[in-house]
Design a protein around this ligand. Structure first.
Ligand SMILES: Nc1ncnc2c1ncn2[C@@H]1O[C@H](COP(=O)(O)OP(=O)(O)O)[C@@H](O)[C@H]1O
Ligand SMILES: [Mg+2]
Length: 208
């Protein structure tokens, strides 16, 4: 990938409660143990301005947010995150671990909300100057199982089950279309077991 220098950019995607935050934390520990510096970050957010935009997008007061406004706010937050957090860390040679990235926008806004895959992906690619992860890990879970686990209530969790099923299928389709850049793991197993599987794939990327 262009522009990463020696840094490695890893993204976790998956529905609500799929274990993204849990696996991101386990991965950061393993990266440190392997002698590399992890930079743990998340979307929406990951930089001070993007965290402000996150509050705007996910807050209850934004329940009437128009879907196009919402999509552009996600892209604006991502532009700031890529510019101020991700690229500088990659240039320092760090291992960036992001809880969600562009695929979340394409799955939720582009597909589940029906705003268009090309439009939403194109906007985020423009926003990030096409900063692409080295690997995206899709934590695949039945939405009913994930929603029962989720402990971070937000507006998206209130969407009907068919919305979450469309999101799940979208992530699986992205992975199927680009297997070299994706790893799909079943997330309905103990966290340590999931971590071991993904570390098998990630270790060669982060160990010199
Ligand atoms: N593999 C797993 N099996 C069962 N519970 C899990 C697993 N991974 C995470 N959890 C629990 O499920 C909840 C949601 O996990 P979290 O990592 O916050 O998911 P996400 O960040 O994808 O929303 C947390 O309470 C977490 O401890
Ligand atoms: Mg989380």
């Amino acid at each position: 990938m262009t522009g990463n220098n020696l840094g490695v950019f890893i993204v976790f995607e998956g529905g609500e409660g799929s274990g993204k935050s849990t696996q991101a934390a386990l991965l950061a520990t393993a990266v440190t143990a392997a002698g590399r510096t992890p930079l743990s970050t998340r979307e929406p957010g990951g930089s001070p301005r993007a965290e402000d935009i996150r509050k705007l997008i996910l807050g209850a007061e934004s329940a009437d947010l128009d879907p196009r406004t919402e999509a552009m706010l996600f892209a604006a937050a991502r532009a700031d995150h890529a510019h101020h957090t991700i690229r500088p860390a990659l240039e320092r040679g760090e291992v960036v671990i992001s809880d969600r990235y562009i695929d979340s926008s394409v799955a939720y806004q582009g597909i589940a909300r029906g705003l268009g895959v090309e439009q939403i992906r194109g906007m985020s690619e423009w926003a990030t100057q096409a900063l692409v992860p080295n690997l995206t890990v899709v934590l695949d879970v039945d939405p009913e199982v994930g929603l029962a686990r989720a402990n971070d209530p937000n507006r998206l969790e209130a969407e009907p089950l068919r919305f979450h099923r469309a999101v799940r299928q979208a992530f699986l389709d992205f992975a199927q279309n680009d297997p070299a850049r994706y790893l799909v793991v079943s997330a309905e197993r103990p966290p340590e077991e999931i971590h071991k599987e993904l570390w098998t794939r990630i270790a060669p990327l982060v160990t010199p």
